[in-house]
Design a protein around this ligand. Structure first.
Ligand SMILES: *Cc1c(COP(=O)(O)O)cnc(C)c1O
Length: 392
């Protein structure tokens, strides 16, 4: 028998008998994995033998999540990160070098624009920024200069523009550029049929689904993920196994949530688009939406984000957002509870006035993320808030 001070550091290990597996996989809350021999350690480190060594490189709980996400997106490998922005930052750093050119879009997520325009610029990576609707501009830009990668989103934030994924991937391939699609709005089950090289996701949104855990992922074929692995391991923004466990648990209800939230969003978009105070409703499931036909071709579910322009502008939008009872005024989207962002919080101050106009965000644009509440309750709340904002 060892002494008690030794025992607490070497607790008894409980072996689960053959044929007696836990129904829910345990959380491997361990940073290190040990080996019996130096040779085994070296063979595992070189990749010759499968196994785990150090959590920053991999861990069975995070690995199970990676394999689930890859399959959902229709690719064969994945790396998860501590946040969506972490996944985007590490992917951009891993794929670019001094002298490269990146094509990005003014409709993209603010921190993505920051990473390209500020961070990559410091390392001598140049960029062009167009509107996602400007296919001629994309063709011209790719023809005019060698481009390392094209990074885009669909539907875009906040007004749900729909990128022509087939056209963009065709143009990029023709000019030898890699494509990165931030697929957070569409979710892990959509857009896998296109020849996109890398899919990026904020797992903070629909994957975890409950607004209580952050994570990010990049999904691609194995060789493309292999190209990222050394930089990811050394940049170090790893997902904690406990967070991976919570996200894996969230995924069990992912389809039920995404589809019900989409159905609620469709009803709310239809209701808003008939309201006299609303000038325009931006939801790809509406026949009047300019991207509707393309969205129907590309997507099976149109998502939980509904935005709309109030005729009366910013002050009314402020009163409207403050009058809502069931919608929390905050960032983020894709959770089970409904959220609102008034125009004062949607600003993209890093864009020029012309770019802001091109972005389609108007003075009275409001973004909603629709949750799992009863759609009638949500509609009633929206109607009372429209009335309270003293709109016609
Ligand atoms: C939220 C979001 C991100 C960033 O994800 P975090 O997990 O918050 O870091 C990236 N892209 C899009 C489209 C998002 O909505």
């Amino acid at each position: 028998m060892v002494k008690k001070t030794t025992r607490v550091n070497h607790p008894p290990s409980v072996q689960i008998p053959e044929g007696n597996r836990p129904v829910v996989a345990p959380i491997y809350q361990t940073v290190k994995f040990e080996f019996e021999t130096v040779d085994d350690t070296l063979r595992t480190l070189s990749g010759e033998k499968p196994g785990f060594f150090y959590q920053r490189s991999s861990n069975p709980t995070t690995r199970a999540l990676e394999l689930t996400l890859a399959e959902l997106q229709g690719r064969d490998d994945c790396l998860v990160c501590a946040s969506g922005v972490g996944a985007i930052a590490q992917t951009l750093l891993a794929l670019t070098k001094q002298g490269d050119h990146v094509l990005c879009f003014l409709e993209s997520y603010g921190p993505t624009r920051y990473l390209i325009r500020r961070t990559l610029a410091r390392f001598g990576v140049s960029h062009s920024m167009l509107s996602i609707a400007d296919l001629d501009g994309i063709a011209r830009t790719l023809a005019a200069q060698p481009t390392r990668l094209v990074i885009f989103e669909s539907p875009t934030n906040p007004i749900n523009r729909i990128a022509d994924i087939a056209a963009i991937t065709r143009l990029a391939r023709a000019h030898g550029a890699l494509t990165l699609l931030d697929n957070t709005f569409a979710g892990m089950h959509q857009h896998g049929q296109y020849p996109v090289d890398y899919y990026l996701h904020s797992l903070t949104k629909f994957a975890s689904g409950h607004g209580d855990v952050m994570g990010g992922a990049v999904i691609a074929q194995a060789a493309l993920i292999g190209a990222l692995r050394p930089d990811f391991s050394n940049l170090g923004g790893v997902l904690d196994p406990h967070a991976a466990f919570l996200i894996q648990r969230g995924l069990k209800t992912y389809f039920a949530r995404y589809r019900l939230q989409s159905a609620n969003a469709q009803r709310i978009a239809e209701c808003l688009s008939g309201h006299p105070a609303v000038e325009r409703t931006h939801y790809p499931g509406l026949a009047a939406h300019p991207g509707h036909a393309l969205a129907r071709e590309q997507m099976s579910d149109f998502g939980a984000v509904v935005s709309f322009d109030l005729r009366a502008g910013a002050q009314c939008a402020r009163r409207f957002a403050e009058a809502l009872q069931l919608f929390a005024m905050t960032a983020s989207l894709g959770a089970t509870d409904s959220l609102v962002m008034p125009p004062q919080l949607l600003g993209s101050r890093d864009l020029s006035e012309q770019q802001q106009r091109q972005s389609g965000i108007a003075a009275g644009t409001v973004r909603l993320s629709i949750g799992l509440e009863d759609a009638d309750d949500l509609i009633e709340d929206l109607q009372q808030a429209l009335a309270a904002a003293q709109l016609p």
